[in-house]
Ligand binder design. Sequence first.
Ligand SMILES: CC(=O)N[C@@H](C)C(=O)N[C@@H](C)C(=O)O
Length: 696
Amino acid sequence: MKKILFFLILMGLFYEVISQSFTIEQISSYPFPSELTTSQTGNSIAWAMNEQGLRNIYISQEPEYAPKNITSFDKDDGQEITSLQFSNDGKFIVFVRGGEHGSNWNYDAGINPASETNIPKVAIWKVSLENGKAEMLTEGDNPIISPDSKTIAFLKNRQIWTIPVAEGKASQHFEVKGSINSFQWSPDGKQILFELNRGTHSLIGIYSDHDRPIQWIEPSFQRDVSPKWSLDGKMIAFVRLPGGKSEPHPILEQRHSPWEIWVADAASGSGSSRWKSPETLMGSVPTTHGRFNLHWAAENQLVYLSYEDGWPHLYTMDPFSGPSKQLTKGQFMVEHINLSHDKSKIFFSANTGSDKLDIDRRHIGMVNLKDDQMVMLTEGEGIEAIPVALSDNQKIAFFSATSQRPMLPAILDIPTKEIKLIATDLIPSDFPDNLVVPKQVIFKSSDGMVIHGQIFEKPGGSSKKPGVVFVHGGPQRQMLLGWHYGDYYSNTYAVNQYLAEMGFVVLSVNFRLGIGYGYEFHKAPRTYWQGAEEYLDVKAAGEYLASLENVDENRIGIYGGSYGGYLTALALGKDSGLFKVGVDIHGVHELSSRLKLQDGFEQAPDYTKALKIAWLSSPLAYLDTWTSPVLFIHGDDDRNVQVSQTTDLIRRFDEKKKPYEYLIIPDDSHHWMKHSNLIKVNKETAEFLNKHLNQK
Ligand SMILES: CC(=O)N[C@@H](C)C(=O)N[C@@H](C)C(=O)O
């Protein structure tokens, strides 16, 4: 009898293995494109491609747009490529190699996920498009090539340096007290406009030459940011925010965050406010991609993004003759905003279209400033995002994916609407071709909030499958009905596909605080350390999954990264009865430091109440009811969530003699820069869930 039972178990496992048609390595081998950019002439495009940790640059040129690899970095060493750009003369490309630019701090410090004996530098490289030579020019970050293509300005130690494109050494032409956040060449290339952070306030200055003092632009005690030269180089537009520190307002009340658009004369530095944000919560500083998205457009129009009608939309105004005009309208968001080279068209990603499912997708839209009309340029069941105009102003490049094909660059001819997919042969030959198509589900939280999610389920298999809730991070993110345009969420999309392949029913939950569903959803009150009401959506997802006919309600797990790790820990602490196992990847756990520490005589009127709420919003408050098995994962060079968030929680587990498993990834960050580390994390996540939920 025992032999028969053993044989049946063996056959069951064998069936599971053979019925799994791809490995975690195969699904994680998707190539990930980023840094899409176009030339000023000749309709060329360039992008960075991460091929299983080998990050290189490709260019494509009309008419065939066949991808051509122009760098040959051949190690999985975690060195990312950023700041990719063509020179105006089209003769070379500049980029930065190294650093961790997805970080919240120390983005320009070398990262060393391969644990080499020397920490790699963050350096500026140049590739000649005439002879193909790639060379490192200097240590530095944030390079911008001068309009005449002869000089590269860049940041080093938060100061502006320059280096000649031809032979020559880097030099610092001027120094200013404070940290330079951004800078821009004047259209004639004779001056540099910069944003300077001086702690309590920010200033905008213009450097002309070594013999002339810095020209300050409307200096004040406020915080002036996002300066932009007008197309004729005579004016400067910028955003003014409040400077300094306010009195301790009530912590638990949402407050309007004001902003203004100013325009100043570049020569004299004097200017005035041309627009004030509506004094409403929705009129607050926008926090979606690109924040203000302030751009000078054709006819000296100013384009900007505002959330004031409840959705992130585009507006335009003549800075001298006033009122703004809304360019995009409707219950959708615009993001990834870019102008055509002639500044007459605005391109963007938007979660709208003719299909009601488009709210959980991205398509490309355009506003032609000649008639201010908005049109959608792409549609269908795919995901199209991050449009960049080609030099002829008749084509755009963008990243395109479907539910089954990962992101690749594509080119759209606007007049004909013809789309050409590029670099399809960079998808590995053994990449899975039988992925599931995630299904949109909509359910309500216990407080009535409407929640969107995506179900990943492989047809067939057992009648009662184990379920897993995936919780994204950010939290200002939106998971989609296809491969995601962000690197972190392309990877979690791959993991969800793999979990479905293993026989799980996966529900990816778009909880409140996420983007894509309007202001009330994105800026919901009583969330995070102010009450964690977004957890209601995660719990509702677990209950929804458990209610499905084909899901075993006693085998529901949860996993998530970063903010998703926070909500995973909260779920395991508060509801181990529902969530039987979890994987908490670089989660946030200690929240009281989020409260603005009260110093001096003043204290927020609701400080004591806020402190109590912050405690009850933290997983630390629920360790005694946390009984489900957990795997903790964190990279110890994490620059988005301190590794101490996990080391301290593990210390408490140890002191309480609570079981756990752990995986620390030395020298890697929040984004698993080394591919072999990403595979390790994906594999251990899936195996831990499988061990506890899917073993027969
Ligand atoms: C902004 C940020 O770093 N938030 C983290 C808590 C987080 O969730 N990081 C990733 C996963 C993200 O989506 O930003």
